[in-house]
Write a protein that binds this ligand. Structure first.
Ligand code: FES
Length: 116
């Protein structure tokens, strides 16, 4: 999997997924973009976007509990860092995609790879 946060922004397309009043502190939004599912979280005033697909066995990761910046897969309990997509605990050993988020005015935009 790939951490798009480290990708050249020129290689990404920033898509508005919501406005800031639609995502309050401690909440998450699930987004369907042409059949690909993502989740955007607001934690400690910052926004984070990850793929809604656990790398262990395709669990619905974004439905899991959140502790700090960790998301816990509801299927088997693997933890991921929403800031980087990094797999932190077994049974997951592969990172998940994480995407950059930027705010323009009141718009929340997520950077997705061009062509995907
Ligand atoms: S599917 Fe997520 S830990 Fe198994």
């Amino acid at each position: 999997m790939y951490n798009y946060i480290e990708t050249d922004p020129e290689q990404l397309e920033f898509i508005q997924i919501a406005t800031t009043d639609e995502l309050q502190e401690g909440e998450r939004l699930l987004i369907d973009i042409e059949g690909d599912y993502f989740a955007v979280f607001k934690v400690a005033g910052e926004y984070y976007a990850i793929a809604d697909l656990c790398s262990h066995d395709d669990g619905p990761l974004a439905e899991g509990d959140v502790e700090g910046h960790e998301v816990i897969c509801p299927r088997h309990g693997a933890r991921f860092d929403m800031r980087s997509g990094k797999a932190l605990t077994l049974p997951a050993v592969v990172d998940i995609p994480a995407y950059p988020v930027k705010i323009e005015g009141d718009a929340i935009l997520v950077g997705l790879p061009l062509g995907d």
